[in-house]
Design a protein around this ligand. Structure first.
Ligand code: ATP
Ligand code: MG
Ligand code: FE
Length: 347
Protein backbone atom coordinates (compact mmCIF):
# COMPACT_ATOMS: atom_id res chain seq x y z
CA UNK A 1 0.00 0.00 0.00
CA UNK A 2 1.32 3.40 -1.02
CA UNK A 3 0.77 6.34 1.33
CA UNK A 4 1.23 9.89 0.11
CA UNK A 5 2.06 12.64 2.61
CA UNK A 6 1.63 16.38 2.19
CA UNK A 7 3.30 18.94 4.47
CA UNK A 8 2.76 22.72 4.43
CA UNK A 9 2.65 23.86 8.07
CA UNK A 10 5.47 26.39 7.90
CA UNK A 11 7.79 27.36 5.04
CA UNK A 12 8.46 23.94 3.47
CA UNK A 13 6.16 22.44 0.87
CA UNK A 14 6.77 18.72 1.14
CA UNK A 15 5.39 15.67 -0.63
CA UNK A 16 6.55 12.21 0.38
CA UNK A 17 5.56 8.72 -0.73
CA UNK A 18 6.01 5.67 1.47
CA UNK A 19 5.29 1.99 0.83
CA UNK A 20 3.68 0.16 3.74
CA UNK A 21 4.62 -3.51 3.57
CA UNK A 22 2.36 -6.36 4.74
CA UNK A 23 4.60 -6.73 7.82
CA UNK A 24 4.21 -3.03 8.66
CA UNK A 25 7.67 -2.11 7.34
CA UNK A 26 8.02 1.28 5.66
CA UNK A 27 9.97 1.97 2.49
CA UNK A 28 10.66 5.56 1.48
CA UNK A 29 10.00 6.03 -2.24
CA UNK A 30 9.98 9.80 -2.61
CA UNK A 31 10.74 12.87 -0.52
CA UNK A 32 10.43 16.16 -2.38
CA UNK A 33 10.71 19.49 -0.57
CA UNK A 34 10.42 23.06 -1.88
CA UNK A 35 11.36 25.72 0.67
CA UNK A 36 10.53 29.42 0.73
CA UNK A 37 13.16 29.99 3.45
CA UNK A 38 15.17 32.37 1.25
CA UNK A 39 12.15 34.64 0.79
CA UNK A 40 11.90 34.98 4.58
CA UNK A 41 15.62 35.37 5.29
CA UNK A 42 15.67 39.16 5.01
CA UNK A 43 12.82 39.39 7.55
CA UNK A 44 14.67 37.14 10.02
CA UNK A 45 11.64 34.88 10.38
CA UNK A 46 8.80 33.28 8.46
CA UNK A 47 6.27 35.76 7.02
CA UNK A 48 2.93 33.89 6.99
CA UNK A 49 1.46 35.48 3.85
CA UNK A 50 4.66 34.91 1.89
CA UNK A 51 4.72 31.27 3.03
CA UNK A 52 1.08 30.66 1.99
CA UNK A 53 1.68 32.12 -1.46
CA UNK A 54 4.82 30.04 -1.90
CA UNK A 55 2.96 26.84 -0.92
CA UNK A 56 0.30 27.62 -3.50
CA UNK A 57 2.91 27.96 -6.23
CA UNK A 58 5.00 24.96 -5.16
CA UNK A 59 2.31 22.38 -4.32
CA UNK A 60 1.52 20.92 -7.75
CA UNK A 61 5.13 20.92 -9.07
CA UNK A 62 6.34 19.28 -5.83
CA UNK A 63 3.60 16.65 -6.13
CA UNK A 64 4.62 15.94 -9.74
CA UNK A 65 8.28 15.55 -8.79
CA UNK A 66 7.45 13.18 -5.92
CA UNK A 67 5.27 10.96 -8.11
CA UNK A 68 8.01 10.88 -10.73
CA UNK A 69 10.73 10.14 -8.16
CA UNK A 70 8.70 7.22 -6.76
CA UNK A 71 8.02 5.91 -10.25
CA UNK A 72 4.33 5.40 -9.51
CA UNK A 73 0.98 6.59 -10.88
CA UNK A 74 -1.09 8.81 -8.60
CA UNK A 75 -3.94 6.33 -9.04
CA UNK A 76 -1.77 3.64 -7.34
CA UNK A 77 -1.88 5.57 -4.05
CA UNK A 78 -3.82 3.86 -1.23
CA UNK A 79 -4.42 6.92 0.93
CA UNK A 80 -3.39 10.53 1.47
CA UNK A 81 -2.08 11.99 4.72
CA UNK A 82 -1.74 15.72 5.30
CA UNK A 83 -0.55 17.97 8.11
CA UNK A 84 -3.71 19.44 9.68
CA UNK A 85 -1.86 21.21 12.53
CA UNK A 86 -0.10 22.69 14.34
CA UNK A 87 1.29 25.43 12.13
CA UNK A 88 0.47 28.67 10.34
CA UNK A 89 -3.25 28.85 9.52
CA UNK A 90 -2.88 30.02 5.92
CA UNK A 91 -0.01 27.65 5.20
CA UNK A 92 -1.88 24.63 6.60
CA UNK A 93 -4.92 25.53 4.53
CA UNK A 94 -3.00 25.17 1.27
CA UNK A 95 -1.84 21.63 2.09
CA UNK A 96 -5.20 20.48 3.45
CA UNK A 97 -7.07 21.93 0.45
CA UNK A 98 -4.67 20.22 -1.94
CA UNK A 99 -4.97 16.91 -0.06
CA UNK A 100 -8.77 17.08 -0.16
CA UNK A 101 -8.69 17.82 -3.88
CA UNK A 102 -6.40 14.84 -4.61
CA UNK A 103 -8.37 12.55 -2.27
CA UNK A 104 -11.69 13.54 -3.86
CA UNK A 105 -10.41 13.32 -7.43
CA UNK A 106 -8.75 9.94 -6.87
CA UNK A 107 -11.43 8.57 -4.54
CA UNK A 108 -8.90 7.79 -1.78
CA UNK A 109 -9.17 8.08 2.01
CA UNK A 110 -7.79 11.21 3.68
CA UNK A 111 -5.92 11.36 6.99
CA UNK A 112 -5.44 14.77 8.66
CA UNK A 113 -2.46 14.31 10.97
CA UNK A 114 -0.35 16.05 13.59
CA UNK A 115 2.88 17.66 12.35
CA UNK A 116 4.72 17.06 15.65
CA UNK A 117 3.84 13.37 15.70
CA UNK A 118 5.08 13.39 12.09
CA UNK A 119 8.49 14.64 13.22
CA UNK A 120 8.77 11.58 15.48
CA UNK A 121 7.40 9.24 12.79
CA UNK A 122 10.23 10.41 10.49
CA UNK A 123 12.61 8.29 12.53
CA UNK A 124 10.76 5.07 11.65
CA UNK A 125 11.69 5.65 7.98
CA UNK A 126 15.33 5.28 8.90
CA UNK A 127 15.44 3.03 11.97
CA UNK A 128 12.31 0.90 11.64
CA UNK A 129 9.42 0.52 14.09
CA UNK A 130 9.63 2.12 17.53
CA UNK A 131 9.58 -0.05 20.65
CA UNK A 132 6.33 -0.23 22.67
CA UNK A 133 7.37 2.72 24.80
CA UNK A 134 9.96 5.37 24.13
CA UNK A 135 10.70 8.98 24.97
CA UNK A 136 10.95 11.54 22.17
CA UNK A 137 12.70 14.88 22.41
CA UNK A 138 11.09 17.06 19.78
CA UNK A 139 13.10 20.19 19.11
CA UNK A 140 12.14 22.44 16.22
CA UNK A 141 11.60 26.05 15.20
CA UNK A 142 8.34 26.33 17.09
CA UNK A 143 8.44 23.55 19.68
CA UNK A 144 10.62 21.95 22.37
CA UNK A 145 8.88 19.04 24.00
CA UNK A 146 9.52 15.82 25.82
CA UNK A 147 7.02 13.17 24.80
CA UNK A 148 6.18 9.69 25.99
CA UNK A 149 5.32 7.64 22.91
CA UNK A 150 3.21 4.54 23.45
CA UNK A 151 2.44 3.86 19.79
CA UNK A 152 2.67 6.50 17.06
CA UNK A 153 -0.90 5.79 16.03
CA UNK A 154 -2.20 5.30 19.57
CA UNK A 155 -0.86 7.42 22.36
CA UNK A 156 1.48 10.40 22.66
CA UNK A 157 1.70 12.19 26.01
CA UNK A 158 3.48 15.49 26.55
CA UNK A 159 5.62 15.31 29.68
CA UNK A 160 7.45 18.60 29.29
CA UNK A 161 7.70 21.62 27.03
CA UNK A 162 9.27 25.04 26.81
CA UNK A 163 7.88 27.78 29.02
CA UNK A 164 9.12 30.48 26.61
CA UNK A 165 11.20 30.15 23.42
CA UNK A 166 11.63 26.94 21.43
CA UNK A 167 15.18 25.62 21.01
CA UNK A 168 15.22 26.46 17.29
CA UNK A 169 13.85 29.91 18.03
CA UNK A 170 16.74 30.47 20.47
CA UNK A 171 19.18 29.44 17.72
CA UNK A 172 17.55 31.85 15.29
CA UNK A 173 17.55 34.75 17.78
CA UNK A 174 21.16 34.21 18.88
CA UNK A 175 22.24 33.96 15.23
CA UNK A 176 20.64 37.32 14.56
CA UNK A 177 22.49 38.78 17.53
CA UNK A 178 25.78 37.50 16.11
CA UNK A 179 24.95 38.80 12.61
CA UNK A 180 24.64 35.28 11.22
CA UNK A 181 22.07 34.45 8.52
CA UNK A 182 18.57 33.03 9.07
CA UNK A 183 17.79 30.24 9.89
CA UNK A 184 20.40 30.36 12.61
CA UNK A 185 20.89 26.68 13.46
CA UNK A 186 23.24 25.66 10.64
CA UNK A 187 25.58 28.72 10.79
CA UNK A 188 25.89 28.52 14.61
CA UNK A 189 26.56 24.78 14.38
CA UNK A 190 29.34 25.47 11.86
CA UNK A 191 30.88 28.42 13.72
CA UNK A 192 30.78 26.52 17.03
CA UNK A 193 33.09 23.84 15.62
CA UNK A 194 35.94 26.40 15.78
CA UNK A 195 35.08 27.54 19.31
CA UNK A 196 35.34 26.32 22.88
CA UNK A 197 32.03 25.25 24.42
CA UNK A 198 33.42 25.69 27.93
CA UNK A 199 34.69 29.24 27.29
CA UNK A 200 31.62 31.01 28.68
CA UNK A 201 29.33 29.58 31.39
CA UNK A 202 25.91 30.54 30.00
CA UNK A 203 22.94 29.70 32.25
CA UNK A 204 21.13 26.34 32.07
CA UNK A 205 17.44 27.23 32.30
CA UNK A 206 15.13 25.43 34.76
CA UNK A 207 17.79 23.13 36.17
CA UNK A 208 17.51 24.21 39.81
CA UNK A 209 16.39 21.71 42.46
CA UNK A 210 12.89 23.23 42.67
CA UNK A 211 12.44 23.72 38.91
CA UNK A 212 10.17 21.60 36.75
CA UNK A 213 12.06 18.42 35.84
CA UNK A 214 11.01 18.18 32.22
CA UNK A 215 10.20 21.73 31.12
CA UNK A 216 12.63 23.96 29.23
CA UNK A 217 13.40 27.67 29.16
CA UNK A 218 15.65 29.31 26.57
CA UNK A 219 14.77 32.97 26.71
CA UNK A 220 17.05 33.68 29.70
CA UNK A 221 19.91 32.03 27.83
CA UNK A 222 19.32 34.23 24.79
CA UNK A 223 19.25 37.36 26.97
CA UNK A 224 22.40 36.25 28.72
CA UNK A 225 24.21 35.85 25.37
CA UNK A 226 23.00 39.32 24.33
CA UNK A 227 24.24 40.93 27.57
CA UNK A 228 27.59 39.15 27.35
CA UNK A 229 28.18 40.35 23.78
CA UNK A 230 27.08 43.90 24.67
CA UNK A 231 29.52 44.07 27.60
CA UNK A 232 32.40 43.01 25.36
CA UNK A 233 31.46 45.55 22.72
CA UNK A 234 31.09 48.35 25.25
CA UNK A 235 34.53 47.56 26.63
CA UNK A 236 35.88 47.87 23.10
CA UNK A 237 36.98 44.24 23.13
CA UNK A 238 36.68 41.86 20.24
CA UNK A 239 33.78 39.40 20.57
CA UNK A 240 35.06 35.80 20.28
CA UNK A 241 32.19 34.73 18.02
CA UNK A 242 33.15 31.07 17.76
CA UNK A 243 33.40 30.72 21.55
CA UNK A 244 30.06 32.47 22.04
CA UNK A 245 28.42 30.14 19.47
CA UNK A 246 30.03 27.03 21.00
CA UNK A 247 29.17 28.01 24.57
CA UNK A 248 25.56 28.84 23.65
CA UNK A 249 25.27 25.55 21.79
CA UNK A 250 26.75 23.68 24.76
CA UNK A 251 24.17 25.20 27.12
CA UNK A 252 21.30 24.15 24.83
CA UNK A 253 22.63 20.63 24.24
CA UNK A 254 23.44 20.14 27.93
CA UNK A 255 19.92 20.97 29.15
CA UNK A 256 18.11 19.11 26.36
CA UNK A 257 20.06 15.89 26.77
CA UNK A 258 20.09 15.96 30.59
CA UNK A 259 16.30 16.35 30.80
CA UNK A 260 15.60 13.79 28.08
CA UNK A 261 17.76 11.16 29.78
CA UNK A 262 16.23 11.98 33.15
CA UNK A 263 12.78 11.37 31.63
CA UNK A 264 13.91 8.01 30.20
CA UNK A 265 15.25 6.91 33.59
CA UNK A 266 12.20 8.13 35.55
CA UNK A 267 9.79 6.42 33.15
CA UNK A 268 11.83 3.24 32.82
CA UNK A 269 12.24 3.68 29.08
CA UNK A 270 15.37 2.51 27.24
CA UNK A 271 14.96 4.28 23.88
CA UNK A 272 15.26 8.00 23.14
CA UNK A 273 14.31 9.53 19.79
CA UNK A 274 15.44 13.07 18.98
CA UNK A 275 13.66 14.74 16.09
CA UNK A 276 12.71 18.14 14.65
CA UNK A 277 15.00 20.65 12.93
CA UNK A 278 17.33 21.14 15.91
CA UNK A 279 18.01 17.37 16.00
CA UNK A 280 20.22 18.13 12.98
CA UNK A 281 22.59 19.89 15.41
CA UNK A 282 25.93 18.11 15.61
CA UNK A 283 26.64 18.91 19.26
CA UNK A 284 23.15 17.88 20.39
CA UNK A 285 23.42 14.48 18.72
CA UNK A 286 27.05 14.10 19.82
CA UNK A 287 26.38 14.82 23.47
CA UNK A 288 23.18 12.74 23.42
CA UNK A 289 25.12 9.78 22.00
CA UNK A 290 27.74 10.05 24.73
CA UNK A 291 25.24 10.40 27.59
CA UNK A 292 22.87 7.73 26.26
CA UNK A 293 25.76 5.28 25.99
CA UNK A 294 26.68 5.98 29.62
CA UNK A 295 23.07 5.49 30.70
CA UNK A 296 22.47 2.35 28.62
CA UNK A 297 19.81 4.06 26.50
CA UNK A 298 19.43 3.43 22.79
CA UNK A 299 19.54 6.72 20.88
CA UNK A 300 17.76 7.22 17.56
CA UNK A 301 18.30 10.42 15.57
CA UNK A 302 17.10 10.52 11.95
CA UNK A 303 19.38 12.00 9.29
CA UNK A 304 19.17 15.81 8.98
CA UNK A 305 17.00 15.72 5.88
CA UNK A 306 14.33 13.79 7.84
CA UNK A 307 14.68 16.08 10.89
CA UNK A 308 13.57 19.29 9.19
CA UNK A 309 10.09 19.61 7.70
CA UNK A 310 9.26 17.19 4.90
CA UNK A 311 6.33 15.27 3.41
CA UNK A 312 7.89 11.84 3.97
CA UNK A 313 7.37 12.11 7.74
CA UNK A 314 3.67 12.86 7.16
CA UNK A 315 3.41 9.87 4.81
CA UNK A 316 5.12 7.75 7.49
CA UNK A 317 2.64 8.82 10.17
CA UNK A 318 -0.22 8.21 7.73
CA UNK A 319 1.16 4.72 7.11
CA UNK A 320 1.24 3.97 10.86
CA UNK A 321 -2.42 5.06 11.10
CA UNK A 322 -3.39 2.92 8.10
CA UNK A 323 -1.47 -0.05 9.56
CA UNK A 324 -3.30 0.42 12.87
CA UNK A 325 -6.65 0.39 11.06
CA UNK A 326 -7.49 4.01 11.95
CA UNK A 327 -10.64 5.53 10.44
CA UNK A 328 -9.96 8.14 7.76
CA UNK A 329 -10.69 11.79 8.48
CA UNK A 330 -13.86 13.43 7.21
CA UNK A 331 -13.66 15.23 3.87
CA UNK A 332 -14.67 18.47 5.61
CA UNK A 333 -11.57 18.17 7.80
CA UNK A 334 -10.45 21.55 9.09
CA UNK A 335 -6.99 22.85 9.96
CA UNK A 336 -6.08 23.41 13.63
CA UNK A 337 -3.14 25.85 14.01
CA UNK A 338 -2.82 25.10 17.76
CA UNK A 339 -3.31 21.32 17.58
CA UNK A 340 -1.90 19.69 20.75
CA UNK A 341 0.64 16.91 20.24
CA UNK A 342 -1.62 14.32 21.90
CA UNK A 343 -4.13 14.61 19.06
CA UNK A 344 -2.36 12.43 16.51
CA UNK A 345 -5.14 12.59 13.94
CA UNK A 346 -8.09 14.92 13.38
CA UNK A 347 -11.02 12.69 12.54
P1 ATP B 1 7.62 23.27 14.11
O1 ATP B 1 7.93 21.89 13.67
O2 ATP B 1 7.76 23.46 15.57
O3 ATP B 1 6.32 23.75 13.58
P2 ATP B 1 9.46 24.19 12.10
O4 ATP B 1 8.78 23.17 11.31
O5 ATP B 1 9.64 25.55 11.53
O6 ATP B 1 8.74 24.27 13.51
P3 ATP B 1 11.79 22.63 11.71
O7 ATP B 1 11.77 22.80 10.23
O8 ATP B 1 11.56 21.29 12.26
O9 ATP B 1 10.86 23.67 12.48
O10 ATP B 1 13.19 23.18 12.24
C1 ATP B 1 13.66 24.47 11.92
C2 ATP B 1 14.55 24.93 13.05
O11 ATP B 1 15.68 24.03 13.17
C3 ATP B 1 15.11 26.32 12.86
O12 ATP B 1 14.91 27.07 14.06
C4 ATP B 1 16.62 26.08 12.62
O13 ATP B 1 17.45 27.13 13.09
C5 ATP B 1 16.84 24.80 13.38
N1 ATP B 1 18.01 24.05 12.89
C6 ATP B 1 18.22 23.53 11.66
N2 ATP B 1 19.45 22.97 11.57
C7 ATP B 1 20.03 23.14 12.79
C8 ATP B 1 21.32 22.81 13.36
N3 ATP B 1 22.26 22.19 12.64
N4 ATP B 1 21.55 23.17 14.65
C9 ATP B 1 20.61 23.79 15.38
N5 ATP B 1 19.41 24.14 14.91
C10 ATP B 1 19.12 23.83 13.63
MG1 MG C 1 11.28 25.49 8.03
FE1 FE D 1 8.38 21.13 11.86
Amino acid sequence: RLILGIESSCDETGVGIVRLGPDGALELLADEVASSVEEHARFGGVVPEVASRAHLEAMVPTMRRAVEQAGIELSDVHSIAVTAGPGLAGALLVGVSAAKAYAAALGKPLYGVNHLAGHVAADTLQHGPLPQRCVALLVSGGHSQLLLIEGLADKITEIGSTVDDAAGEAYDKVARLLDLPYPGGPPIDKLAKRGNGCAIAFPRGLTGPRDSKYDFSFSGLKTSVARWVERKERAGEEVPLADVAASFQEAVADVLTAKAIRACKDLGVDTLVISGGVAANSRLSGLAAQRCAEAGIELRVPRPRLCTDNGAMIAALGAHLVAAGAEPSRMDLSTTPGLPVGTIQIV
